[in-house]
Each structure stands twice: as structure tokens, then as C-alpha cells.
Design a protein around this ligand. Structure first.
Ligand code: 9MR
Length: 512
């Protein structure tokens, strides 16, 4: 194990008590220095959370409302999450419009002035949904587009989907809206098949498309609580975390590549599913190994976990959690859910880093522990893969095969001009999903265009992993930025959903 020195890390070279004597003898010049140079290899100890975190190459942030924006925020924190002011309950208007953004704008402006990044929280959530509650996917898509474009790159990370998974370690999704949009077309118990309707996939697809088409750098995240450990109290498997792992695995990899980051909320308390387990780091690592960023997005630690001790006991718990993140290179940030105990959503749990109120705050032992741990920096080998030995193997990925109600496939067209395409169809009464596989010929290709003619009466309602020229008749699909390159003999897939019947389509592929 070695200590990783990060790019942002300042290196001091201190020269103290320097005495130099230059001796000239026999035409030679010798340089004697006494006492010797003292090189300090480690970074100077930072005195704020944001500075210490930046030296370790991660952000340390806070959730706030405009009323909490005293000077401590810009001084101690490098990132800001709107605790409530970007939730649909506050800013969603009729039909997916965005309104009433005064408080959110205040937060974004404060962050810009103080050189902080912002997490958008949150777009699609069963709770605090306001006028979005009960909305169709199409209205959700409108909202997703509007809200992404409202702040653009001023928001570094957006929680596109929040708290999709059920409580009580069932590993199931919730069942109220927006889950009522979900449809398990083939009844196999998941929503991952191309013929299934999955609001998580569809919401991320929309967000990804907006980000791509508008050239945004905003990262798209999924966020939840009680998914921090591989296990829960007593050592049973954390099924909620496994379910999240399956979702992130599915939608962060080919052919989707929609999800950039996962937020482990980290509201640690004495609920058996919410305790701090020893496998926290291993769980962070298994998500990181999927290639996504991991952030601890809403950290607070109930004093119950330290027998009502907000001194050393709570400080030790904070140390543990911060260390678990620091030890995983792709754990890129930690956000605490408020500044001070008394102003927290759970004041009675005394779970934060400060006491006091109204801008007059006192540091707790937990503050010093976090600062000290951040100052120790990361202890990880960049690019290390594979969870530490105490982790269990991840669950197998769910099946992606498409099956009933009916599947048909045409054979790839002739591999002229460098690529060929074949279509697989999942049809039901009145609609279909087409999955089109593009295969490069004997040479790699750097872009592709697939043309096909829809049967009379058929209409494309949405497409993913491709740009689409029309909704009926002859439609041209071209690659998006991340799937144009296909190596010789290799394939990539895109898809689209349509109304009507999709039988008899013959795609032709042209390499760019
Ligand atoms: O801290 C937020 C509190 O002020 C609100 O009343 C509450 C309403 O649901 O939401 C709190 O924030 C939640 C966050 O948006 C999602 N994860 C759990 C947070 C704490 O409940």
C-alpha cells in the first residue's frame, strides 16, 4: 500500500537555518550546506474541510438552503447541495415546466461566487414531487430536459433518480408513482428487458440524450439510502444495495452507458439496515469497479451509534466513514446533510459536525476527526481493481435477453461499405421495441448510419443510443458520440420503441 499523492497536493520545500560555505580548492568549487535542506514530502496540513479534501482530490460539501448561507459555508465546504430547493415540489410547474427557482438560483449563485460545485437534488422521486406526482414518462422527460438546461454546467452532478428502492431490505423497488410507470412485459420479475418499461432507464436515457445533445459535462447519478454496506446488522446480505448494484451495472455499461455516478446517502443510524458496517469500503469499491463515481451524498451519523456520545465515539465513526471513501480512488466526494445539529432535519440525533445556530457555530470532535482524516489523504493505489478480500462476490447480472410476448429477428444485411445491421423485435398488441445490432466488417468503423423503412402506420416514439431523423416512413439512425467507433467484427446496439406493428423492417448500414 502506498500513499497516493494527488495532483492538487502542494509540496513544500522548506530551507531552514541555511548556512552556505563555498570552498574554492584546486580550481574546484564545492558547495556545502549546513544544516541540510529539509524537504517536506507531504502536503501542508489544511485547516478547512474543503482544503483538506481538495488536497486528497475529492470534494467535501454540505446541504443547505439560502437561510443557511453564512460565511462558514464557502469557507469549509467546496460543494453545495440544495437541501430542498431543487426538488420538484418547489420548482416543477405544470406539464414538466420549471418555475419558482429563486431559492435554487440563490444557491447556485452563491456556489459560483465561492468556487463551489453544485449537486442538483433531485429530478424523479416518489416524494416531494409536487405537480410532477403521477406524471407520465413523457412529462417527466420534458421536466428532465428543462431542469438540465436551466442550470447546465453550473450543476456538476444531478440526482436523476432518487430513492427508487423499497425499505426493509427487500431488494424490491417501491410501488407508488413513478414505479406505477414500470411494466414487466415478459413477467420475469425484472424491468431490465428491452420490452419492459423501466422509468429508471427511460429517465436516464432522456437525461443522457440532453447532456449529449447540449454538450454538457454534468454527471448523471442515482441516489439512495441504506445501500452503504454489503451487509446489514447481523451480517445478512444487504439486498437493497445488491438491487442498486444491479441497476447501476445494467445502465452504466454498454449498450446503455446512462449512469455516471451513484450516491450512497449515508444517513447512518441505529436502524438495522442503516448501521456502519465493516464492509462499507468494499461496497464502495464494488460500485467503483463498475467505472462509476461514488459519492457519500447526505452524510450524518446518529449519536445513537456512539451511545449518545457526540465526542470521541461519534468522531471515530466519522473517521471510519471518511476513511472508507478516501481508500477508494473513485469515491470522489462527501456531502454532509447540514451544518449544525440543531438545524438538521434530525436535530435529536445530533449527527453533524457543528453545534450552534444562525451562523454562530462550534466545531465538534467529529469535525476535528474528519479534518484530520482528510489531511491524511488517500491510501489507495490508483486504478486498483477488485474489492478487498472481505467483500463477497457481486450478484450475477440480470438477464438482458429479450423474450415473449413475441420475438422476431431479421438476419444482418450484406456487410457492404464496412458494416451490417440486424433487427430484433419484441412486439405486443399495438407496439414494439426494436433492438438494432450494428456490426463492423473487416475494418474498424468510426461512425455509422442505419436506414430502415417502418411499415405503414408505425411510429417511433423514442430511441436510445442513436440520433433519429424522422418518426415514420424511412428513418435514418446515426451513432451518438460514444458508440460510433466499432472495432472490426465487433458490434454495438441501439434501439427504439414504436406504436403499430414493426414486422418486416430491413435495416441497411453505412459506415461513416
Ligand atoms: O432534509 C430534508 C428535509 O428538510 C425535508 O423536510 C425532507 C422531506 O422529505 O427531505 C429531507 O431531505 C431528504 C433528501 O431529500 C433525500 N434523502 C433523505 C433526506 C432526509 O430525509
Amino acid at each position: 500500500m502506498h500513499v497516493n499523492s494527488s495532483p492538487g497536493r502542494a509540496r513544500n520545500l522548506r530551507i531552514s537555518g541555511l548556512a552556505v560555505a563555498i570552498l574554492v580548492a584546486s580550481g574546484a568549487v564545492a558547495l556545502t550546506v549546513s544544516p541540510p535542506f529539509t524537504a517536506i514530502g507531504e502536503a501542508a496540513t489544511a485547516e478547512t474541510l474543503r482544503a483538506a479534501a481538495a488536497q486528497a482530490d475529492l470534494f467535501f460539501g454540505v446541504a443547505a438552503s439560502p437561510a443557511r448561507l453564512s460565511s462558514i459555508v464557502g469557507r469549509e465546504f467546496g460543494q453545495l447541495t440544495a437541501e430542498n430547493d431543487m426538488k420538484p415540489a418547489t420548482i416543477a410547474g405544470p406539464g414538466g415546466t420549471v418555475q419558482n427557482t429563486g431559492n435554487a438560483d440563490t444557491l447556485v449563485n452563491y456556489a459560483q461566487t465561492n468556487n463551489m460545485t453544485v449537486r442538483g437534488h433531485t429530478m424523479v422521486w416518489y416524494s416531494q414531487a409536487g405537480s410532477l406526482s403521477g406524471a407520465s414518462q413523457s412529462t417527466l422527460n420534458t421536466y428532465i430536459q428543462n431542469v438540465l438546461l436551466k442550470w447546465g454546467n453550473k450543476i456538476s452532478h444531478w440526482d436523476v433518480v432518487n430513492e427508487a428502492l423499497d425499505d426493509n431490505n427487500t431488494g424490491q423497488r417501491r410501488n407508488q408513482w413513478p414505479h406505477t410507470l414500470d411494466r414487466d412485459a415478459n413477467g420475469d420479475g425484472d424491468y431490465f428487458d428491452p420490452s419492459d418499461t423501466d422509468y429508471i432507464r427511460d429517465s436516464f436515457r432522456q437525461a443522457r440524450q440532453v447532456v449529449e445533445q447540449s454538450g454538457l459535462t454534468t454527471k448523471l447519478c442515482i441516489n439512495d439510502y441504506d445501500i452503504e454496506g454489503l451487509t446489514v446488522k447481523g451480517g445478512a446480505r444487504n439486498k437493497k444495495s445488491d438491487a442498486m448494484y444491479d441497476i447501476v451495472k445494467m445502465y452504466s455499461q454498454e449498450p446503455y452507458k446512462y449512469i455516471d455516478c451513484v450516491g450512497l446517502q449515508s444517513h447512518f443510524n441505529d436502524n438495522p439496515n442503516s448501521i456502519i458496517t465493516d464492509d462499507l469500503q468494499a461496497n464502495i469499491q464494488r460500485f467503483a469497479d463498475l467505472g462509476v463515481e461514488v459519492q457519500l451524498t447526505e452524510l450524518d451519523i446518529d449519536d445513537d451509534l456512539s451511545n449518545n456520545d457526540i465526542g470521541q465515539g461519534q468522531a471515530d465513526n466519522y473517521r471510519k466513514v471518511v476513511r472508507a471513501c478516501l481508500n477508494v480512488a473513485k469515491c470522489t466526494g462527501i456531502t454532509v446533510w447540514g451544518i449544525s445539529d440543531s438545524e438538521s432535519w434530525r436535530a435529536s440525533e445530533r449527527g453533524l459536525l457543528f453545534t450552534g445556530s444562525n451562523g454562530s457555530y462550534q466545531k465538534k470532535a467529529a469535525y476535528s476527526a474528519v479534518l484530520d482524516e482528510l489531511n491524511k489523504g488517500r491510501q489507495t493505489t490508483p486504478g486498483s481493481s477488485g474489492p478487498p478480500s472481505n467483500s463477497s462476490s457481486p450478484p450475477s447480472s440480470p438477464s438482458t435477453s429479450s423474450s415473449s410476448p413475441s420475438t422476431s429477428s431479421s438476419s444482418p444485411s450484406d456487410p457492404t461499405a464496412g458494416c451490417s445491421a440486424g433487427v430484433t423485435l419484441n412486439s405486443w398488441n399495438g407496439g414494439f421495441v426494436a433492438t438494432v445490432r450494428v456490426t463492423a466488417g473487416a475494418e474498424p468503423i468510426d461512425g455509422w448510419s442505419v436506414s430502415l423503412t417502418l411499415p405503414a402506420g408505425a411510429t417511433v416514439t423514442s430511441a436510445w443510443n442513436a440520433n433519429q431523423s424522422a418518426t415514420s416512413g424511412t428513418v435514418h439512425f446515426t451513432n451518438v458520440s460514444y458508440n460510433g467507433r466499432v472495432d472490426a467484427g465487433q458490434s454495438t446496439e441501439f434501439g427504439f420503441q414504436g406504436t403499430g406493428t414493426g414486422t418486416g423492417m430491413t435495416p441497411t448500414c453505412t459506415a461513416a
